[in-house]
Design a protein around this ligand. Structure first.
Ligand code: NAD
Length: 410
């Protein structure tokens, strides 16, 4: 199922839950503005490559548009559109004062030199600069973009408009980046689980956890949960998975990955296929790599009681329904991985006011925001008798609809 079809399905179910008038659907489902530009790049060998770049601004009723920019050959307008609307629902659910947007260029950055990547980033930024602004639209990193790419975007924008660090988030710490932002999505995943467990009288202490994906989100979720007393029993990355039921040494696994290797290079562990990590017999599963990995084909092999969606769209709607009926607790993506955009909000506010929080303050505020998101989502799920995912979308849609109505869009 395409990402936009999945998001539409979740939107419609949630809209019914809150009796949203049907005449509001089109304004809330479709994008406000879609910018589609050509991105020519002079290659090092003298040839010219032309890519397509997109910036989709879905809904800005609650604040400036906010969302990442991804560089990937599969980027197209329908994917960017779906991801932009997910950002609208995520920012509303976490109650940060932003709308939703997403951007991307259909390029494989591994084929570009650093000079070519910089040229591409500067050209793309210049082409969409008229729809950006610290109070209009604030990009961030996403798949295959990083603090260096944000630094180039910020510089390209600032060269026309004056020093404007608040134009992007996820910047390097050397100028305007916020200590804690890089770790915020993974830590947020752990904080949502901690609070959801607390609501049923449990703690992460002693719980066994499997994590698919050991990049930014997976590794920081692992470290944070390990520090809360959980046991990380299985992890995987693109090369494969590992398992050790009395606990994997997370620091050692991070060292292997940071040295350019893989989790499969760790010693004293059993090896798994990459997909097998989803089926490990333990308490908690955290998909933190790709979308659509929990499907009707493997849902019957999933044995955990808790799923915390670090990745976007990891569960297909059919599998989601089966898991809900089986009583599996799912902390949905727009809540579980909302620590990233919440951290971006903290960075943006600090940039606007030209000061920097210490990392402890950043983490404390992040934890508060994530706990509040869990209480609002699970509280609404109990009240309406629906799944936490349906409740998360419904709470978000209610907030965006109210702001849109007050501003005269509905
Ligand atoms: P990353 O590139 O740092 O890490 C991705 C990890 O997934 C790597 O360990 C990689 O080896 C692994 N992987 C890739 N293909 C795999 C496969 N086929 N099987 C198993 N593992 C595989 O990315 P990230 O920033 O950690 O993002 C992970 C997910 O979280 C993505 O879905 C992303 O959209 C989502 N997300 C990230 C953020 C953020 O702030 N980084 C915020 C919200 C959502």
């Amino acid at each position: 199922m395409r990402a936009d079809e999945m998001v539409n399905r979740y939107f419609l179910e949630a809209a019914e839950t809150i009796d949203l008038p049907e005449e509001y659907y089109e304004v809330l489902q479709s994008s406000y503005r879609e910018t589609d530009v050509q991105v020519p790049v002079h290659r090092d060998d003298g040839s010219l490559s032309v890519y397509r770049g997109y910036r989709v601004q879905h809904n800005g009723a609650r604040g400036p548009y906010k969302g990442g920019v991804r560089y990937h050959p599969a980027v197209d307008i329908s994917e960017v559109r779906a991801l932009a609307s997910l950002m609208t629902w995520k920012t509303a659910l976490l109650n940060v004062p932003f709308g939703g947007a997403k951007g991307g260029v259909n390029v494989d950055p591994s084929e570009l030199s650093t000079r070519e990547l910089e040229a591409l980033t500067r050209r793309f930024t210049a082409s969409i600069t008229h729809v950006l602004g610290p109070f209009r639209d604030v990009p961030a990193p996403d798949m295959n973009t990083n603090p260096q790419v944000m630094a180039w975007m910020m510089d390209a924008y600032s060269s026309k408009n004056g020093y404007t660090p608040a134009i992007v988030t996820g910047k390097p710490l050397a100028f305007g980046g916020a200590p804690g932002r890089r770790q915020a999505t993974g830590r947020g995943v752990a904080y949502t689980l901690e609070r959801a467990l607390e609501r049923v009288g449990r703690t992460p202490e002693g719980m066994t956890v499997a994590i698919q994906g050991f990049g930014n989100v997976g590794s920081w979720a692992a470290l944070t949960l390990r520090d809360m007393g959980a046991k990380i029993v299985a992890i995987s990355d693109i090369r494969g998975g590992i398992q050790r039921m009395d606990g994997i040494n997370v620091d050692r696994a991070i060292e292997k990955v940071e040295a350019g290797g893989s989790v499969v290079d760790c010693a004293d562990v059993d090896l798994l296929d990459s997909g097998e990590v989803l089926e490990v017999n333990c308490d908690v599963l955290i998909p933190a790599a790709l979308g659509e990995v929990i499907t009707k084909e493997n849902v019957d092999d999933i044995k955990v009681d808790w799923i915390v969606e670090g990745a976007n769209n990891p569960t297909t709607p059919d599998a989601d329904q089966t898991l809900f009926e089986r009583g599996v607790n799912i902390i949905p993506d727009i809540l579980a991985n909302g620590g990233g955009v919440t951290g971006s909000y903290f960075e943006w506010t600090q940039n606007i006011q030209q000061f920097t929080w210490p990392e402890e303050q950043f983490n404390e505020r992040l934890r508060e925001k994530m706990r509040q998101g869990v209480d609002e989502t699970f509280g609404a799920a109990d009240r309406w008798g629906v799944s936490p995912r349906q409740a998360a979308f419904a709470v978000a849609i209610e907030r965006v609809a109210e702001a849109s109505k007050l501003r005269g869009y509905l």
